[in-house]
Unconditional design. Sequence first.
Length: 392
Amino acid sequence: MRVAFLAEHFLLDRSAPINGTQVQLYNLGVGFMRRGIEVHYICGIENLKALKQDASGISLHWRKPRKGPFGWILYLRFYRDKLNHINPDVVYQRGRSYLTYVAAKWARKNKKIFVWGSNGEDGCDFWKNFKRLSRSKSNLLKKALLSPNAILQDILIHRGIKGSNFVVNQTENQRIKLWINFRKKGIVIPSYFPDPPSELGQVKKEKIVLWLANLSPGKQPEIFIELARYCKDCDGWKFILAGGTDKKAYLEKIKEQAKSVKNIEMTGPIPFGESFNLFSRASLFINTSITEAEGVPNSFIQAWLSRTPVLSLNHDPNGWIKKRNLGWCAEGNPNFLFEKGKALLKEANLLAKMGDNCRRFAIDTFTTEKILDAYMESFSRKRNDLTMIRGR
């Protein structure tokens, strides 16, 4: 069997921003290859020399990214031509994108399987791009100029989702929204994560509180800085703010806010291959993101695999944090985040005990071969369905 992933970027390209979609596509690609599947990955790569690691056997098909809101239109033919050349049995695309439409149209025309995966909690909303633009802080003129692009992409995405053969959701909430908005049935399959190297499990926990994400207003790093300030009298604790952005003005704003906080350290962007080392050393991981931007964050999974509890401002995917005792959720209350965070730094034994529980849950939920089994079974079932249709 041959599978082609469609994506904007590739995880191991150090010149590209890292997001959850890239992590999951890469993890699944490695898992599929272990099952004997031929894996192709079509994406944009800024600089091929930036691939410090090999692609782990994944066949890369790449083009140079173009900037600008309408640059995506120039890529439509590139992805179509690459799919024609590869001729995969399955096309897999994750997250809302014009690529959702490209994948659906090609698969329908060639009678192949198209799998779409949702990510953020607003991933199955209707008119997501237009709504986000409307709610943004951009001025009215900029919104007016960008509205046609947002509407066009939403229309193409809607057609793509409706044209999928089956949908993989991260959470039950996404599955319900998919049915309400698109009358499509989804299946909830946990994100797949290979277990980190065993030596990382032996790393001694340090007095580190970690925040790791792309720096953006939606991730709200400002709240983490305030948490560090609130805990300035907690002896020996270091707050690490890890992540980067190409928005220079925003980066300078964050640096200015962090400058006066003695116990905080900004590391800049961390390559994915090096991130597990930070999670393994940290005693507590903080998430301050706006809820709609999250699904099941890969950072949560990495933290739990590394025996690191999560203190989240807004998001508790599938209610796991509360139900499975994996940390705490402040349910949108920054004051609770500050108070709970400070209290936890005085409870090293509690953090360690909860960390063991996090590890057990993560191993049972995200590293299991049952995840790959679910994909294999779905691929086989849909391929049989298409064979029957062709035979009529």
